[in-house]
Design a protein around this ligand. Structure first.
Ligand code: MG
Length: 258
């Protein structure tokens, strides 16, 4: 029987379907209750920024709050006793420093991306605090083309990468993704990969579902084929149910395994 100390769950598409009311399902609430009673921890590992993640968690109304929020596919926040969110200063500081260095060197790639968006009505750039951080496309087909374009344009900058999720893309350093953030959190908590359950549905979840950081990867039935394939290859569990009900199904599968 698996002893799961940490659940690392994506949020959108994994715990909540779109469209939906955004609320926690009964089956997943039961899993969280059992997991918490056994002393287990829960991290929401999302592409959302901190504020947007907190908003989603509020609507989700699970019986327990997550212990950790891993945001923007790379930063780590810990819940305090007062229910506020404290950054992991060491991890987040180094993460920001390395992104700052890379992005200041990769000006040519950003110029080409800006040029692309200027000429394509299907591509909208996303800025945060005046800095270009990602983009939005009108369809997943356009996203596929943009991903190929950036892959070519960033050829001289091997550290330049991106995380993509449906029609959203966030630029990043190749060493930072959901899997790396999960690995960083586990190191700080002395949790082994054999004690970690990870759940996701889209491209930006692949880095935590390949078995490197979590020995128990899974996905809901609505996951994209690439995720189902990665979970299968890693010896994980592809659920028959969608979203949170599928994640509860996977948790029950692993915890009841002999
Ligand atoms: Mg997702």
């Amino acid at each position: 029987m698996a002893h799961l100390r940490l659940l690392s769950t994506d949020f959108d598409g994994t715990l909540i379907a779109h469209p939906s009311n955004g609320r926690c399902s009964r089956a997943f609430a039961d899993v969280l209750t059992l997991h918490r009673e056994a002393g287990g921890l829960w991290a929401v590992n999302t592409g959302r920024g901190l504020e947007h993640a907190i908003e989603g968690i509020g609507i989700f109304s699970a019986p327990y709050e997550p212990d950790f929020l891993l945001t923007n596919e790379r930063e780590i926040f810990l819940r305090t006793g007062e229910g506020t969110w404290e950054p992991d200063r060491k991890w987040n500081g180094l993460c920001r420093e390395r992104h700052g260095q890379l992005f200041s060197q990769a000006g040519a790639v950003f110029s080409r991306i800006t040029e692309l968006a200027t000429h394509s009505p299907d591509v909208t750039l996303i800025h945060e605090s005046g800095v270009l951080v990602g983009l939005l496309t009108t369809s997943e087909k356009v996203m596929e083309e943009v991903a190929e374009f950036i892959g070519r344009e960033a050829g001289h900058f091997p550290e330049f990468s991106f995380q993509r999720n449906t029609v959203y893309m966030r630029f990043c350093h190749r060493d930072y993704h959901k899997g790396a953030a999960l690995g960083g959190l586990c190191r700080s908590l002395s949790i082994a990969r054999e004690e970690v359950f990870a759940a996701g549905d889209h491209f930006n979840d692949l880095s935590m579902l390949d078995g490197k950081y979590a020995a128990f990867p899974c996905c809901p039935s609505n996951a994209i084929p690439e995720v189902k394939s990665a979970v299968h290859v890693a010896g994980g569990y592809v659920a028959s149910l969608p979203a949170a009900d599928g994640i509860a199904e996977a948790w029950n599968h692993f915890t009841n395994q002999q």
